[in-house]
Design a protein around this ligand. Structure first.
Ligand SMILES: [Zn+2]
Length: 266
């Protein structure tokens, strides 16, 4: 069994064939999907998708840093309600984005820190987004990991999570693993020039990896420029298997076990 831990199937890119996409992926062994509903307008849609596929789809609910300037306290109360739904398996995606001009570091950290208590309150892990800026000084991974380290210093604030679409260096990966976080590996792992990422993932090891697509974005090498979807998970898994020198079933089993351990069995 393969588990897709990060999809945005509510994106309008799937309006014409959402159900067919989920069925096609299931036919290829991708039998569970974590849908990321990370904008207030997507929460109800995520819940509806999980209701339509009760044995296949669960949701992460949260506010992406892209909405740093627009979240109001009434929406936070609404997020609380979604985290309490039976289909909720995680908070997310939440974090820091220095690539787009979405708010200062302080503003983005404030949004993150209003959401992190939900992990403890609902006993759920978090799906983290980190995207570095255009200069080396704009290091979202370093700032996020430092904030999480401070946050989890108190035993009551301990949480688990995943650094989704991991694109940092080994120092970032190491810091994440030390916090008990997993690395989300997606199509970027298959890109021709991404040798450093492959080396980082090798060092992290199969016990610390979950599979994801981040669809409709970031298709693997074979489909660059096209729409991504969960049916590309087997291609990412196969490349991981080659990279680690193990069979495809080993990658499937280990990453599925990691995903179930993180999100719970569904
Ligand atoms: Zn995403």
């Amino acid at each position: 069994m393969l588990i897709e831990t990060h999809a945005h199937l509510n994106d309008k890119a799937f309006d014409a064939d959402r159900k067919e996409v989920i069925a096609r992926a299931a036919g290829l062994g991708v039998s569970k999907i974590v849908e990321i509903a990370c904008a207030p307008g997507e929460w109800a849609q995520g819940e509806a998708l999980a209701a339509a596929f009760p044995d296949k789809v669960r949701c992460a609910f949260g506010v992406h840093p892209e909405y740093t300037k627009t979240l109001t306290s009434s929406l936070m109360a609404e997020l609380d309600g979604f985290m309490a739904k039976p289909c909720a398996v995680a908070l997310g995606e939440v974090g820091l984005d220095y690539w787009w001009d979405v708010g200062t570091k302080e503003e983005q950290l404030a949004l993150l820190e209003t959401q992190l208590p939900l992990c403890g309150r609902f006993s759920k892990p978090a799906v983290f987004h980190a995207r570095n800026g255009k200069t080396p000084a704009q290091n979202a991974y370093a700032d996020l990991l430092e904030a999480l380290k401070k946050w989890s210093y108190r035993p009551a604030n301990k949480f688990r999570g995943v650094l989704h679409c991991f694109s940092g260096g080994w120092a970032d990966a190491r810091a994440g693993l030390d916090l008990g976080l997993l690395l989300g590996v997606n199509g970027t792992f298959t890109y021709k020039n991404n040798h450093d990422l492959r080396e980082t993932v090798r060092k992290a090891g199969l016990d610390n990896i979950v599979l994801e697509t981040d669809c409709p974005y970031l298709p693997p090498q074979s489909a660059r420029g096209k729409r991504n979807d969960p049916s590309f998970i087997p291609e990412i898994a196969a490349m991981l298997a080659t990279h680690f020198g193990v069979g495809n079933s080993v990658v499937a089993d280990r990453t599925a076990a990691n995903a179930f351990e993180l999100f719970g069995v569904f």
